[in-house]
Design a protein. Structure first.
Length: 332
């Protein structure tokens, strides 16, 4: 009797016919040897795959507010792209496009900072060392004690901070000239130290650091937005349901912003009123989206979406920007 060759699946360890290309139990490829090609192909296909589900999800997402999350929550999850995967894909596209804007703004900001510092520096005079014994002949406002028996004459217009930096004085001494005192907290020392770093580098790279924190911030803001939805619709499903709506809504926002960036590259002088109108239309998208998703009356949906938008834009967003700016400063 002829014996059929069998193999064992590396994933589920079940035995099956060797002629099968895929395991009939777990669907893993039979000859799936882990190579660099397989590793990166799986990563890209799992997280950045644009298949038929993306296009089936794109149209209802853009033109039928609230329909896609409603269908997903109701169980139609294989027909459409997963909300988290959709969000990840469009956010990556947006931040890729946004990186070109960041580069341009970073250059403009560097020019502004350098111009401001250079104009201040142009009013200053060269510092020079003088013996300690002559220190009394100089006004205290025009001299800086740098230790080792020397003081420097900073002139009438040269600041003590710039003079210490010019002679490569120890950082602790420079921080003291800025107002830091021994015995102050470590946190205060960090603030002064970071302030000195910003001053020395003329703020170079600070804007880039702030923008780099935006992807993390938006990922944190998304569940906060879902929490607001839960508070206003606390009887309308689990938190996961609100999170699905938030994922799709943020995906819609990223698509709109991406289209604006692309239009800006093609047409740099887009009238401001057009941009404002497009951005304002996102509120109407939210309004009709929550109406369809939560199945409430049009007027009730308007007031709730308006309240959510107001609280999110006037409270959460400014607080987030402040936290991002402070974090950027601390870790600059």
């Amino acid at each position: 009797m002829e014996t059929t060759a069998t193999i064992s699946c590396k994933n589920c360890e079940k035995i099956f016919d060797a002629s099968y290309s895929f395991c009939p139990y777990c669907s893993q490829e039979a000859g799936d040897n882990l190579t660099l090609k397989v590793l990166f192909h799986n990563t890209i296909s799992n997280y950045f795959c644009v298949d038929a589900r993306f296009f089936k999800s794109f149209v209802p997402l853009m033109f039928k507010p609230g329909l896609l999350p409603k269908r997903f929550v109701n169980g139609k999850r294989m027909l459409y792209l997963h909300p988290a995967q959709f969000y990840l894909f469009v956010s990556v596209v947006f931040f890729f496009l946004f990186s070109f804007v960041i580069s341009k703004q970073e250059q403009e900001m560097s020019q502004i900072w350098n111009s401001a510092f250079d104009s201040n520096k142009a009013q200053m005079v060269e510092s020079k060392n003088i013996p300690t014994g002559n220190a009394s002949e100089k006004s205290p406002e025009n001299t800086v004690d740098v230790g080792n028996g020397n003081v420097i004459d900073i002139g009438e217009s040269k600041s003590e901070l710039d003079s210490l930096i010019a002679i490569n004085a120890p950082e602790e001494q420079i921080l003291k000239s800025m107002g830091y005192a021994e015995g102050d907290s470590n946190f205060k020392h960090r603030l002064y130290s970071q302030g000195l770093k910003v001053y020395k580098r003329r703020g170079s790279g600070m804007l880039q650091g702030f923008y780099n924190s935006i992807p993390i911030a938006t990922f944190i803001l998304l569940p906060i937005f879902a929490l607001f939805l839960k508070l206003f619709y606390f009887r309308k499903g689990r938190f996961a349901h609100h999170l699905v709506f938030a994922f799709y809504f943020f995906s819609f926002m990223f698509i709109v912003f991406s289209l604006l960036l692309i239009a800006g590259f093609i047409w740099p002088t887009i009238p401001g009123w057009i941009v404002s109108l497009i951005l304002f239309s996102t509120f109407f998208y939210l309004w009709f989206g929550v109406k369809r998703f939560y199945e409430q009356k049009l007027l009730v949906s308007y007031f709730k979406s308006a309240a959510i938008s107001f609280l999110f834009l006037m409270l959460v967003i400014p607080l987030s920007i402040a936290v991002m700016g402070f974090a950027t400063f601390l870790f600059y």
